[in-house]
Design a protein around this ligand. Structure first.
Ligand code: GTP
Ligand code: MG
Length: 273
């Protein structure tokens, strides 16, 4: 049995699990947990010092679950404290602030920190991850849109929720789905259940959508050199159209990427003899 899988109990019996929060400082990790456990929101920023620990009981189907929550400080200063707490975890709440691109870009580094601290025998496959795109109430400042966040999460097989600790939007739904997935994982011998979304699009599709989003001009978007011929543009277009056509591709953001590719081709062909 894997190290981070709690002892299997008879169905209906209680289960004890460990979950941790991860993500940059100030993204709202503590507020998300407070909103769920205490039904309140604190607008003043009180940075977590090292780790906050709490225990809560939740009901999942016929099962009583005792949840040990380790709420981590996001500030790099607390790395030495955090690294003690990654092991024996069944669930991770991975949070970013939709108004702070840096906090979204940092998600890979958080996974890397966890992987490093778990060491060569640690297995991240046996852990349920839920990504919270938090502070969606601050719509005016939003700079990471839903499809970008969802694409990152779902291409890794992680759950994805849009949340606001301030208004409570998405919080109960997120925790409920998270706990159900952890219980399913424990019942499944410690293997993360395959979600529909993780199996429904390929890494090539996800990488292509990301590349299209970040492209600097129409040539770059189609992946051809500036000055390419009509044939080269059409060939590149056809390849992308087959890969991303909304009838074939259900990856988040594929429809916008497809439309962008169509516009890029039209714009380029106008100027090529
Ligand atoms: P560290 O403990 O330093 O890692 O930060 P944290 O991720 O735990 O952040 P915390 O929950 O302390 O929240 C940081 C700030 O963001 C606080 O001022 C919160 O009031 C605010 N905040 C948290 N969630 C939300 C939200 O959903 N919407 C808005 N508008 N503000 C939020
Ligand atoms: Mg905190």
């Amino acid at each position: 049995m894997e190290a981070n899988v709690p002892k299997r109990k008879e169905p209906g019996k209680s289960l004890r699990i460990k979950v941790i929060s991860m993500g940059n400082a100030e993204v709202g990790k503590s507020c998300i947990i407070k909103r769920y456990c205490e039904k309140r929101f604190v607008s003043k920023y009180l940075a977590t010092i090292g780790i906050d620990y709490g225990v809560t009981k939740v009901q999942v189907r016929d099962r009583e679950i005792k949840v040990n929550i380790f709420d981590m400080a996001g500030h790099p200063f607390f790395y030495e404290v955090r690294n003690e707490f990654y092991k024996d975890t069944q669930g991770v709440i991975l949070v970013y602030d939709v108004g702070q691109k840096d906090s979204f870009d940092a998600l890979d580094a958080w996974l890397a920190e966890m992987k490093q601290d778990l060491g060569p025998h640690g297995n991240m496959e046996n852990i349920v991850f839920v990504v919270c795109a938090n502070k969606i109430d601050c719509a005016k400042h939003r700079c990471v849109d839903e499809s970008e966040g969802r694409l990152w999460a779902e291409s890794k097989g992680f759950l994805y929720f849009e949340t606001s600790a301030q208004t409570g939007e998405g919080i109960n739904e997120m925790f409920q789905t998270f706990y159900v997935s952890i219980v399913d994982l424990c019942d499944n011998g410690g293997k993360r259940p395959i979600t529909n979304s993780s199996a429904s699009f390929t890494k090539e599709q996800a990488d292509t959508i990301r590349r299209i989003r970040n492209s600097k001009d129409s040539w770059d978007m189609l992946g051809v050199k500036p000055g390419a011929s009509r044939d080269e543009v059409n060939k590149a277009y056809r390849r992308l159209a087959v890969l991303l056509h909304p009838d074939k591709c259900v990856a988040p953001g594929s429809e916008d990427a497809f439309k962008a590719v169509v516009s890029a081709r039209t714009a380029l062909l106008k100027n090529i003899k």
